[in-house]
Design a protein around this ligand. Sequence first.
Ligand code: HEM
Length: 510
Amino acid sequence: KQIRRHGKRLRKAPDTLPLVGNGILFMQERQKLFAWFTKCERLADYETLQVSVPTLPPGIVVHDPLNLDFIFRNESLFSKGSFVKSRAWDLFGHGIINADGEAWRLQRKAGAAFLSTANLRVLTDVALPRFLGEELDRLKRVADAGGTVDLQEVFHEITTRLMGKMAYNMDMHTDDAFTTAFDHASGATALRFQNPLWPLTELITGRRFRRSVATVKSFGQKIVASAVADRHSSQRSTPDPKAVSDNTADTNAEKLDQISGTLIHSFLDTIPDHQVVADAALNYLSAGRDTTAQALTWTFHLLFRSPQALSQIRSEALAVLNSAPDAKNNRGNSNSNPLARLTPQSLPYTLATLYESLRLYPPIPLEIKQLVSSRPVTLPDGTVLPPDSVVVWCPWALGRSRRTWGPDADSFRPERWLVFSDSDSTGKKKGPPTMVQRPASEFPVFNGGPRSCLGKKMAEVIGCQVIAAVAVGFDLEPVDDGKGRGERRSKISLTLPMEGGLPVTVRRRT
Ligand code: HEM
């Protein structure tokens, strides 16, 4: 079907071939696909382009922020649809990433309670300093032995342990069978979106995928069984976050224990079917841990090539660590770990660095929605979409848009995220900077509208504390494996893992 704007056919995306349309192009490896989306964005200058693949519904690639804003605001029209759900079903099942309606609402509500301000405070003050501290000790041991370590794996271990303890009250690690199985299943699911013949292909190559999904699902059941056992032993229901924030006399360990398992217990309180609870748990685990660990990995990849930014992060963090603890925020009580003072509020340059890295390397680099309406819908630019149309946007390409970000869109420049409200008579900037706020339609890295990411604040907290602590504590040097400091690739996945990890040598800083 031809899609039209103001009565005229939409321009086709570049490299569209007769008969096969963009079918062969979409099967390219993902780095080439990202480059192609970037090329589309630059050619289109915000214009909506048509894409087509034989046997699939008609599709468009969206670039205009006005269109994206409309899509976010009309979430009930532009949802996952059968196009996304059928491909993601095996891995995500009834979980929030795939769910609509009541099932989605319940999981979103439970997630919002889990990510409450009080819980994030325990994350900043207790849980993160504990698990980050253990990984910092590991880095020290590697440094003393003169060895190397995969930084991506270090970050993954921190986010896995955090989510494991806080959400499920479980001791989780990255070297388990679940992680390997999930990585494989995520890659195979991503391939389903690129290959229109996936049901046939999987008849031949799908065995490992099915095994991986089975391992993932059985891990979901293990999470549920552990929470049910927890309930029986302690007669526990959903922990009350207020009890934590109100009682400053509690020790840190008590605070963490009180909130541990908040998420899974609130699922068990509200969702009767344990299979749905297991899917919900697995979805949150993948949404929370992989994205954040990958964001940290790409941030350090960028910092290795920008010594000036790295040194600014170190100065900022040292100034915070060397200043008097902030009694008002209770960051200086005897319970507090100094790492707890490394927060997004105290580290504006570090937060800007995280955002700049997310702009260039968005952990969810491609988004696909489907028009679920029995009637055509007109986008703000006049594009008339027939029912079932597939709508695609590429945060990877939109983050590199020169029209949105300026001629230096390809450059890593954290300063672009900071504004100084005050400058002296010589024009020198005074006072602390504030973060530039970009609408989700221009910076869709955390999605927008009612289904925007629930964990943005959690990601900011983890990002700032980890980046600052690692930068202050260590000199890291990427291992010269032929790739050195050059461009790195992402391996096939629904998210953006760095292919081959980020191996580094480690030296302690005094
Ligand atoms: C840098 C880190 C992160 C990035 C870039 C990110 C990005 C996103 C994006 C793009 C979506 C929409 C995906 C879709 O189309 O379905 C999303 C959804 C979601 N994210 Fe995040 N995320 C991050 C970290 C987190 C964390 C730490 C959590 C905490 C558990 C989290 C929880 C969720 C949840 C629950 C959803 C589903 C929301 C819904 O469908 O209502 N995310 N995230």
